[in-house]
Structures are given as C-alpha cells and as structure tokens.
Design a protein around this ligand. Sequence first.
Ligand code: PNS
Length: 163
Amino acid sequence: MAEKKQAIYPGSFDPITFGHIDIAKRALTLVDNLIIGVGINSEKKELFSADERKILISEVFKNNPKVSVISFDGLLIDFAREIGVFSVLRGLRAISDFEHELQLSSLNRHMDNRFDCFYMMTSEQYSYLSSSMVKEIARLNGDVSSLVPDNVYKALRDKYHHV
Ligand code: PNS
C-alpha cells in the first residue's frame, strides 16, 4: 500500500477563521492527513489559551477523520521531528506575508534540511482576513459571524462581552 501523505499545518490560530478552514479543506485534496499544529508565536499576544484554540479547531473538524489537532509549545522543527512529518503547509495572503514565510521556512530548513514548506494562496474572499482583525472587530462589538465559524463566534463573544 502506498505511504500516506501527511502534512503539518502550523499556526497560532488565535482564533481559527474561515481563511484557515478554507486552506485546510483545499489542502486535503493534496494530502491524506493534515495535522493542525497549534503553536506559539512569541510576537503575538494570545487571546485564547493553546487548549482553547485546540478545542475550537477540533470542534470545526470533528466530522473529518483526516484532520488531527495537536498543540506544541516549543520549536516547530522539534514538533515535526517528534511526529516524523516534515512537509509543512502555510497559507499566503498578500505579498506582505512573503518575507515572514521565507524567514520561517529558511530557518527551519537550516535547523533540519528534511523540513519543507508548501504554500496555498488564500481564496480571494478571505485574502483580507486575519485572526488579529477578527479579534479587534469582535472586541469593539462588530459582527464577525461571516468571518469565523459559530463556535468561535460564541467564544469571542464570551471572552469580550461575558454574555
Ligand atoms: O499563525 P502564525 O502566527 O503565523 O503562526 C506562526 C507559527 C506558530 C507557525 C510560528 O511562530 C512557529 O513556528 N512558532 C513555534 C516556535 C518556532 O519554531 N519559532 C521559530 C520559527 S523559525
């Protein structure tokens, strides 16, 4: 039997948005299993704990056995080594994402040359979407129901407005 194609889709997912979900679903046409790796981006202040983020993502993909969700708190490359998967998927929105992605990919490959990234362009309708903007809109009482799934919408409302 042919070996299963697996990839890690890492990110901070704070919280997961329709943009991430779109990338994950499209990637599932290319790989057999997608491991969503919930990591820590030290440049970002987190709203949801790693456990909360993991639960929200697991709820979204609960009916999809091809997706698993794992959180990691160290280096991405160590997580890749731990699970033995070195193909890594990242979504690209605008040209402004490119520099950061180049750095992430190059440094990870420098640490372990088994590491390799592949990229998918975000679908046009989500090209403007980011978790940071979603948080800002939700915090200021704007409507994010068209940007995130229901469970995330409710979790944001609970965080910011305690209702
Ligand atoms: O969704 P994000 O914030 O762009 O995801 C970034 C993430 C979490 C994938 C990245 O910050 C990461 O890999 N963090 C783990 C720590 C690490 O390996 N840092 C060195 C990267 S070269």
